[in-house]
Design a protein around this ligand. Structure first.
Ligand code: S3P
Length: 425
């Protein structure tokens, strides 16, 4: 069983998931008509659409990737008539809770069995301090969450972990508060919310590791083209980077510095990854990515770098499995509470495939290059990024592997298996 002979061509990745969620939520809060192009039509982001419809927002899907939102303003939401189902989407429930915490009515938000295991105390605590009444299972730490919103006060909040979802949730609630809200982060997390709010006329001030939002009366509507998702692109980046002789183009990808940690690490591993035609679209940096494949070496990933590649660590493990030497990632405890325990999942499944690797409480190591055992059956744990990473490892090694439960890929990247078949022959 040999390597994939060739990874070549152009792959277009769908719209950025984080930006798609935020665009729908913020457009729903704006006064007037917003137009969102390049929207990601995947299960997660459609949960946010469903949440906004449940709150009475007039939202029309002109095509799967184009959405028109007629926002009635920050105070036009209505009490949802039923429980809101956020599905698998941590972003919908956590950032959405920031909006719900400010509404003078009751909302109940639940999710699928994976989401119902994910920690919510991280948003319940600050939003409660601001004045919302939020209850949930296990002493208000697990969904379903019952949110009785109302008048909020400004706070200063030191986040114990870097989290863009938590930061965004507090900032959105802060727009409704009686005085400014300041959030301090231990390490910088992605700043899409801050950028979008600025473009809508909100007062958002960044100073070092702190961001302050001032209360707002109204937000201007959005006209936005969502860039391609670097997290979706990462699977192809890794594939092309570690198969020598490959050339792959990935046009129009968002390259916000808060999201490009994987590219920095791949470059340290010796990869040839270039950002062509860098430009700015809708307040976000965008580029066409060009990757040429060659043999890679190992890398060390320190805790400071983790927030900028938090979702890309499963894909990075694939690159590490193909690379020469020992790659180590530390300071990534957060991975244990993602859609699955991604440290445990990757180490178990890579081990089953014959990769030399092991875990730490806060990370993992991988010693490559591995010889992948053909025909191995591996599990996705219902986690889209685990499923896609294992499929990429199979393609990169040129070894057939059976990944069970790949339906979860629709969470973020419908069409991924077809796109993979297209470029890896
Ligand atoms: C996201 C932030 C990250 C990331 C998640 C999406 C966002 O989570 O893992 O997939 O859109 O804000 P945390 O903010 O919890 O780190």
């Amino acid at each position: 069983m040999g390597r994939t002979t060739k990874v070549s061509g152009t792959v277009t990745v769908p719209g950025d998931k984080s930006i798609s969620h935020r665009a729908v939520m913020l457009a729903s809060m704006a006064e007037g008509q917003s137009r969102i192009r390049g929207f990601l039509p995947a299960e997660d982001t459609l949960r946010t659409v469903g949440m906004m419809i449940a709150l009475g927002v007039d939202l029309q899907e002109r095509s799967p990737t184009e959405i028109l939102v007629r926002g009635g303003g920050m105070r036009a939401f209505v009490e949802p008539q039923d429980v809101i189902d956020a599905g698998n989407s941590g972003t919908s429930i956590r950032i959405g809770a920031g909006i719900l915490a400010a509404q003078p009515f009751l909302s109940i938000v639940t999710g699928d069995p994976y989401l119902r295991r994910r920690p919510m105390g991280r948003i319940v605590n600050p939003l409660t301090r601001m004045g919302a009444v939020i209850t949930g299972r296990r002493e208000n730490t697990l969904p379903p969450l019952c949110i009785r919103g109302g008048d909020l006060r400004g706070i200063r909040y030191e986040m114990p972990v870097a989290s863009a979802q938590v930061k965004s949730s507090i900032l959105l609630a802060g727009l409704y508060a009686d005085s400014p809200v300041t959030v301090a982060e231990p390490l910088p997390s992605r700043d899409h919310t801050e950028r979008m709010l600025l473009s809508m006329g909100a007062r958002v001030v960044r100073e070092g590791n702190e961001v302050t939002v001032h209360p707002a009366e109204r937000l201007r509507p959005l006209s936005l083209t969502v860039p391609g998702d670097i997290s979706s692109a990462s699977f192809f980046l890794v594939l092309a980077a570690c198969v020598p002789g490959s050339t792959l183009h990935i046009p129009s990808v968002g390259v916000n510095p808060g999201r490009t940690g994987l590219v920095s690490v791949l470059r340290r591993m010796g990869a040839d990854v270039r950002f062509a035609s860098p430009r700015e679209e809708g307040g976000e940096p965008v580029a066409d990515i060009v990757v040429h494949g060659r043999g890679l070496g190992a890398a060390e990933v320190p805790p400071e770098e983790v927030p900028s590649l938090i979702d890309e660590i499963p894909a990075l493990c694939v690159a590490a499995s193909m690379a020469e030497g020992r790659t180590e990632i530390r300071g990534a405890t957060e991975l244990r509470v993602k859609e699955s325990d991604r440290i445990g999942a990757m180490v178990r499944e890579l081990s089953a495939l014959g990769v030399s690797c092991g875990e730490y409480p806060d990370g993992l190591w991988v010693h490559g290059p591995a010889r992948i055992t053909p025909g191995t059956e591996v599990e996705s744990y219902g986690d889209h990024r685990i499923a896609m990473s294992l499929m990429v490892l199979s393609a990169a090694a040129g070894v057939p592997v059976k990944v069970s439960d790949t339906a979860c890929i629709a969470t973020s990247f419908p069409g991924f298996p077809e796109a993979l078949r297209e470029v890896a022959r």
